[in-house]
Write a protein of this length. Structure first.
Length: 109
């Protein structure tokens, strides 16, 4: 077999775990920053997403909350998912940057 080996020295397990932790923390920090930026617009995002449903409701009908915390948690969760979606390229870059050094050249294709 003529596998192309990289000239990098193998890292110990603790170094891999430290790098993984750092990349996960960067990703979580990016989601948190995006969430903080989007939170003032949580109700606007919820209104945008729920508009198709509200448009097909019968006249005079409205959506109701079925749980006590739903009016607050639903826009909150939607904003969190929106933040994660918008930051996904950065998260995928962090994942690839962690995985790619351990792959052979033919595996990266």
């Amino acid at each position: 077999m003529s596998e192309e080996q990289s000239n990098d020295q193998p890292m110990p397990l603790v170094a891999h775990l430290t790098e993984l932790r750092d990349r996960l923390l960067r990703s979580l920090l990016a989601v948190l920053i995006m969430f903080i930026c989007l939170f003032p617009f949580a109700n606007d995002i919820y209104a945008f997403v729920s508009e198709p449903l509200r448009a097909i409701l019968p006249e005079g009908a409205s959506m109701i909350a079925t749980e006590v915390a739903s009016p607050f948690l639903t826009p909150f969760k939607l904003t969190l998912f929106t933040a994660a979606f918008l930051v996904m390229p950065f998260i995928l870059y962090q994942a690839w940057s962690f995985i790619a050094p351990g792959m052979y050249r033919h595996e990266k294709r």
